[in-house]
Design a protein around this ligand. Structure first.
Ligand code: FEO
Length: 399
């Protein structure tokens, strides 16, 4: 059981740790996650967000260690997705179904759709100020960051931002704050950004500008997953600024799969070509590397190369899975090239080039295809493909 932590004066983290989850709707969560919820005590007692449905008993038990849950006066729901709203029906059954839920307009619509129940929704919008007892709240809708209903709740008197999914990390451990875990949390935050928010990078840039214009004092950021940023909240804000700009770095990610090791040999030759130009490289075998780790490597890469054998006139299925995932998350500013071996028809390279164009990656070469097993001359072509990717990337970055 999780021991509630007082994170600020009369503000408690009462959420739950999910140590076991390893697949979060297609995202590999090697270290589990948390579903953070926050209990604010005062003249009115407010619960900000809940947890995933199977953890509802644990949430209520955590709250019971502080107050009788029936003393909760209202819920603020920053986000409808079920990892934060799933426990709402059970919480309301406990605290009283007539208690208000403050949420965005889309939040009210979406919560109603999820639970087929017309709870006491009280709609708030950007700029609204709400006084509940001795506390004042303000709200910032963050539509499509990452759902239409998403919003932030800000507590001006304590300078705390409850940021829903934003600034979160899928991490479950015995550390709860940035100053406890240090830089070890950043790979988790980066992976979270790549898999949840990359698609919305332009909106992240706009949001960060809005926050800057509002001149919000932020002493603490409480996301709905992972650790709380209290020592240096600007660290994660600056990281989001950097990741969302998607400025290409001198780095090439090479993704491949192989049936009989021919495409593996080609991938290694492309890798050697990139390295010969002193450009950073990551070689990622899709049988060994999860799609969510591949996209995490891609966010700052200036170029990708994808190698696929041809199977049944098409791209190899595991490569299609990864390409579909990449397309959905829409990374920007990438150079691209394809390669792969084939037996008799050899369509994979052509299909990959079409996918690159669809995703608006710049295809810098028609690609290299090799029948059956590459010989030295074929591997030289692959090496040169790696050199071309690296030199073109260096030229683009320096121009
Ligand atoms: Fe953590 Fe969008 O839910």
């Amino acid at each position: 059981m999780f021991k509630p932590i007082e994170i600020a004066n009369k503000i408690y983290s009462v959420g739950c740790r999910d140590w076991d989850i390893r697949d979060f709707h297609g995202y590999s969560t090697y270290e589990g996650t948390t579903y953070n919820a926050f209990l604010l005590l005062g003249e009115q007692n407010i619960l900000i967000d809940t947890v995933k449905k199977p953890f509802a008993d644990e949430l209520l038990s955590n709250i019971s260690r502080i107050i009788d849950p029936q003393q909760i006066d209202a819920i603020i729901s920053n986000h409808t997705e079920m990892d934060h709203s799933g426990a709402i029906p059970q919480v309301l059954n406990t605290i009283g179904p007539e208690k208000p839920i403050y949420c965005s307009k889309m939040g009210a619509k979406n919560l109603k759709s999820h639970f087929n129940t017309d709870y006491n929704f009280q709609v708030v919008k950007t700029g609204d100020t709400l006084t509940l007892g001795d506390r004042t709240f303000s709200f910032l809708e963050t539509r499509m960051l990452h759902w239409p209903d998403s919003m932030f709740t800000y507590l001006p008197d304590d300078a705390i931002l409850f940021s829903s999914d934003a600034f979160g990390q899928h991490y479950s451990g015995d550390m709860f704050f940035d100053d406890e875990i240090g830089d070890e949390i950043m790979p988790h935050a980066r992976k979270y950004y790549a898999n949840i928010l990359l698609h919305f990078s332009a909106k992240v840039q706009a949001l960060l500008k809005d926050i800057g214009k509002m001149d919000l004092k932020i002493d603490m950021i409480c996301p709905d997953h992972g650790i709380i940023w209290r020592e240096n909240p600007s660290k994660i804000i600056n990281a989001y600024d950097q990741w969302s700009k998607q400025e290409p770095q001198k780095k090439v990610v090479i993704i491949f799969d192989s049936m009989w090791d021919s495409t593996t040999k080609m991938a290694k030759a492309v890798t050697n070509g990139v390295e010969s130009e002193n450009v950073n490289v990551r070689l990622m075998n899709t049988r060994k590397c999860h799609r969510s780790d591949i996209i995490t490597e891609i966010i700052d890469a200036g170029a990708i190369a994808v190698g696929s054998p041809t199977l049944n006139n098409n791209i190899f299925p595991v490569i299609s899975d990864v390409m579909t995932y990449i397309k959905g998350l829409r990374p920007q500013n990438k150079l691209a090239a394809a390669f792969g071996s084939y037996g008799w028809s050899g369509e994979a390279v052509k299909h990959l080039n079409q996918e690159f164009e669809e995703i608006k990656f710049e295809v810098i070469d028609p690609g290299v295809k090799v029948q059956y097993v590459p010989d030295e001359a074929d591997l030289d072509k692959c090496f040169e493909l790696g050199v071309k990717l690296a030199t073109t990337l260096k030229d683009r970055i320096s121009s």
